[in-house]
Design a protein. Sequence first.
Length: 483
Amino acid sequence: MFNNRIKIKELLQSEAKGQEVIVMGWVRTFRNNQFIALNDGSTNNNLQIVVELGLLNDTTLKRITTGAALRVKGNIIPSLGKGQKVELKATNIEILGDCDAEKYPLQPKKHSLEFLREIAHLRFRTNTFGAVFRVRHALAFAIHQFFHQKGFLYIHTPIITASDAEGAGETFRVTTLPLDGTAPKNDDGSINFSEDFFGKSTNLTVSGQLEGELAATAFSDIYTFGPTFRAENSNTTRHLAEFWMIEPEMAFYDIEDNMNLAEEFIQYIIRFVMQNNKEDLEFLDARLAEEEKQKPQNERQEFGLIDKLKFVIENNFERITYTEAIDILLNSPAYKKKKFKYDVKWGIDMQSEHERYLVEKHFKKPVIVRNYPAAIKAFYMRMNEGCEEGKETVAAMDILAPGIGEIVGGSQREERYDVLINRMKQFNIPIEEMNWYLDTRRFGSVPHAGFGLGFERMVQFVTGMSNIRDVIPFARTPKNCEF
RNA sequence: UCCUCAGUAGCUCAGCUGGUUAGAGCAUCUGACUGUUAAUCAGAGGGUCACUGGUUCAAGUCCAGUCUGAGGAGCCA
C-alpha cells in the first residue's frame, strides 16, 4: 500500500510522543538546509520537517526545492522552535516529484492575484487560494446539508435547454451544425434548426427555475445547484460567463415564508463555515486586513471579515418594501447633496449606487427589499393585490449584502392561470412553447415561491475576495477560457 | 459595450521636459552559516522596454492603431 500517510491537518492536532508516521506533500520553503515547510492541502498550516545534518547527501538536498513533492517518514516531536507546537523529525525523505526552481512560477514570495490568475492551474498551491477553495467546498457542503435536513429534494435541471423564457440574458448557443456557412437554411436565409441535433434551436441554461417549479409542484420542496451560463459581455468583479447557482423552489410558500427561508439559509451556511473553517477564515481575515491597510482611510471597510460574518449571523436582516427604500433614498443626505449619478423616483430599477447606499451607509447590514414595481420584474412573479393604480407591484424580494450587492433574488410565483397568461402576453412570451410550464397552473395549482443565489457571490462574501474570478477554480469571462 | 488607468528582468515596480552601456527589491544560481519561521550574509547571471506603424539626428519615453490586464458603469446572480 502506497497511501499509508497521515494528513498534515490531523498530524498537527496530534500529541507529540515520538510516534512514527509518513507524510506526503509539496515543499513550500526549505530553510537553512534543515527545515522543510511541507503542505498537503488539508490545512493552510505547514508541517515543519527537521532534516538532521548528514541525513541526506548533497544531491538529494539540492532536489528539495520549492514545489517539489516529498514522501517523508519521521517521528512526531514537540517543536524546539517557536512557530509551531509539533514538528516531524525526518528519518527518511523520498522525492516523489522534482520541481525545477528556475522554471517554477510560484516563488517563496508575495504574488499579485492578477499574476496568479494567469497561472490558475498552480494557484491552488498558495495559502490564499488554499483557504478560498476549502471555504468554497465547505459552503457547497453546507448548502446540501441545510436543504437535506429540511427535507428538500436535490433536482438536476437540464444544462441544455430550448427555452430562453425567463429572458435572463444572452445565451450560449448549442449546435452541431457546421460553422463554415454550409448549415441548412430556410427560404428567408435564416438557419434551419430542424436539421440540427435536437431539431430545434438550443442553448445553455441561464436558470433552472422553471424546471424547478415543475418538481416543486410534486415534491413540495426542492432545490437545484448547478452551473449556469450567460453570454453577457460583462467585465466586472462580480460577473462570470459560467457560474453556479442555487435555486430552491417551495410549494405552499408565500413571499414571507420565502424571505424567512432565505435568511435562515444564509445564516446557516455562514455559521457552518465559521465552525468548520476557522483557520481558513482567520487567514483570509488577516489577508483582507492587510489589503485594507493599502487603501486610503475613507475607502476602508468598517468591519474585518470575521466580524462582518459574525454580525450577519447574529442579527436579523433588515426588511423593507421597495416603496420604503425609495423614500429612504429620497430623504438621504446623499440625494439632497446630489451625490447619486442616477435619479431616484418610484418605478426605477435601483442602481448599484442606490443599493450600496441602503446596505452600506443607511442600514449597515444585509437588507431584504420586497414588492418591486411589476414593470421592472419578470413575468412569473406574483402580482400583489390592492395596489394603487399605476403603482402595481409584484411579490419579489432581493437580498442585498454589503460589498457585493444583490446576492439573492426571489419571488412568490404567479399561480393564477389567467393572471399569468396576461403577464406573459405583456412580456411577449411565446405561450404555446410554454405549455409544459403552464400545466402546473392548470392542474392543481398552488401558491409557491423560490429564490436564486449566485454561489460565487456567496463565496466572495464569505472569503472577502474582491474579484469573482478568484473564487472559482477556472474563471470563464469574456475573452478568457484558459485551462 | 462604454469610461479611466496600466503593460519595462521570473515577480513587484522606478526610469524626469526624448540624449552614453535601461535600474532596484524579491526570486533564481554559487559560496558561507546552521534551531530556522517569507532565515541571514557575500557574490553572480538574467531585458525583442506588449505588438505594428509613424514623428525625430536620436524613442522605454512623443503620436496612431491593435492586443492584453485592472478598476468603475451598464446588464445581472
